[in-house]
Design a protein around this ligand. Sequence first.
Ligand code: NAX
Length: 326
Amino acid sequence: FSSPVTVTLTGAGGQIGYALLFRIASGQLLGPDVPVRLQLLEIPAGIAGAEGAALELEDGAFPLLDSVEVTDRAARAFNGTQMALLVGSRPRGPGMERADLLAANGAIFGPQGAAINEHAASDIRVVVVGNPANTNALIAQSHAPDVPRERFTALTRLDHNRALGQLAARLTVPVRDIDGVTIWGNHSASQYPDVSHATAGGTPVRDLVDEEWLTREFIPRVANRGAEIIEVRGSSSVGSAASATIDHVHDWVNGQRSRWTSVALPSDGSYGVPDGLVSSFPAESVDGQWRIVQGLELDEFSKSRIAASVAELATEREQVQGLGLL
Ligand code: NAX
């Protein structure tokens, strides 16, 4: 066994938290020989849920689980943490305006970013799952000036996996045969699921599907899949969201199997995305760091779809700046 890694999970008493905990404890997050120390953060209303899950973790007798601590204090939850999964957030309530949603989440992710800055280990890596994920990650990152900004990411792996699933079903091939898919932009309906460099069993996807299916079915279905899941099962994605979070962190630490995957991270100006915006890019993990894949050629359609989603991110940044949250 290697030395234990301290993992913080926020929103541990919620749905995605519950689905995540058992996979983390079983070694799927970091690897089969990496012991984990879990630090679970909840708000007082969610503490009982997290404590109940902690009892069940004990009953799982996981050989890799060294300890579990439940707290409602951010300073404690982020103390010495090396991997922070920020899942807890404020959902959009009835009649809530977007500005209210951003403000409510700013009040969560600003202080959590500051607590990470002050208390986390120097090798801290962060993934934000709680929505609006990209902008929440930007807020947290802006409150952690001592942490290299590329350590703050937001989850678009679920969108990426949804795209893989749709292509595999359409082409009747296993998911493992598909490579080179990218989600660009925001984790919202404006995202651009891009197959222009994708292959299925080595053949360009563009040669296997028609344009009409891509623009009329594939793109909207992937971008609106969250709403489809809510409609069919009566509540939002849980197991698939937890699974994508596991994939994101696992690949970040251990490297991805495909040519690249999709990760939302602070832009360095690549592909014309304004510096600092937390936008989804094609990314590969090199020595435990996400690198934006460079040099992909983009046609006019792709450029305009990316620009539209990036414009939405820029508007969100202006709004949170206006609210004094950065
Ligand atoms: P739940 O409402 O089941 O759980 C959220 C938990 O977070 C609750 O237990 C709540 O008490 C806790 N919480 C709230 N504020 C907190 C704080 N300041 N510190 C610590 N914990 C806090 O929601 P769940 O279904 O688990 O979803 C969690 C988040 O994931 C939501 O924001 C949701 O929108 C987002 N999602 C993001 C996805 C993505 O791909 N990026 C997809 C799935 C999901 O919709």
